[in-house]
Structure formats: C-alpha cells, structure tokens
Design a protein around this ligand. Sequence first.
Ligand SMILES: [Zn+2]
Length: 135
Amino acid sequence: MTDCIFCKIIKGEIRAYKIYEDEYCIAFLDINPLNPGHSLVVPKLHVENILDADDETVSAVFRAVKRVSRLLLDKLKASGVNVLHNAGREANQEVMHFHVHVIPRYDPHDLKLTDWWRSNVKKLDLEEIYRRIVS
Ligand SMILES: [Zn+2]
C-alpha cells in the first residue's frame, strides 16, 4: 500500500534500523522501544494482521520472530523475550501492516507489559543498540 509506513520501510523509502531480512520478512528496531533492542518483525507482503494473513505468511513471520529473538539474546545479552502481536485497532494495533513485537528482557522486573505505552529507552540509544546487533 502506498500510504503504509511499513511498506515504505520495506521499499527503502523511509530509513529504519533494519536488523534482519529474509525472502519474506524484515525486522527493524521500534522507534519507541519499551526496552533496548525492541524490534518489529514485518512480512514484506502487506496484510493487516495475523487474522488477515495466509498460513504461509504467518509461518514466515514466526520463523523470523524466532531468528530475531535469538539474535537479540546473542548480541544484547538479553535473557528472554516477550513476543506480542496486536491484531485490530481495539487491540491497540496502530500501524495496519502485520507486525510482531519482539521485546528483549534483561530482568523480570525491567518491564510490565501493562506499561505498554511507556518506553525504557531514549531515542538516542537506537544507534548504539543497532550497532551492537548488526556488528
Ligand atoms: Zn504495508
């Protein structure tokens, strides 16, 4: 879709901190991260959410989620991840292009998922986090 911000990132029309890419998906750092390394896994095909996606797209997205999770654990020394998908505006989906949040965790108390709208990361940290992941 021409007015979709994630389609523009996929096409390279908007810059993002892209940390992963395969045939079907890309992953990039969330610009409003809840924790350092908070990333979004996005299919290259524009579909609205998991309810709208065919099974092959869902499989491809979650294969990428697994690889991105491992990348974040290895590179950022996270000890776990939360994987979250919001399907529909009522579920707080803001960008209507299928995306899965992968949120690295460093401590059981570093984040409450009820604090969804709060960030633990200053925007200036994105560059440093990005370099640690892709190095
Ligand atoms: Zn899109």
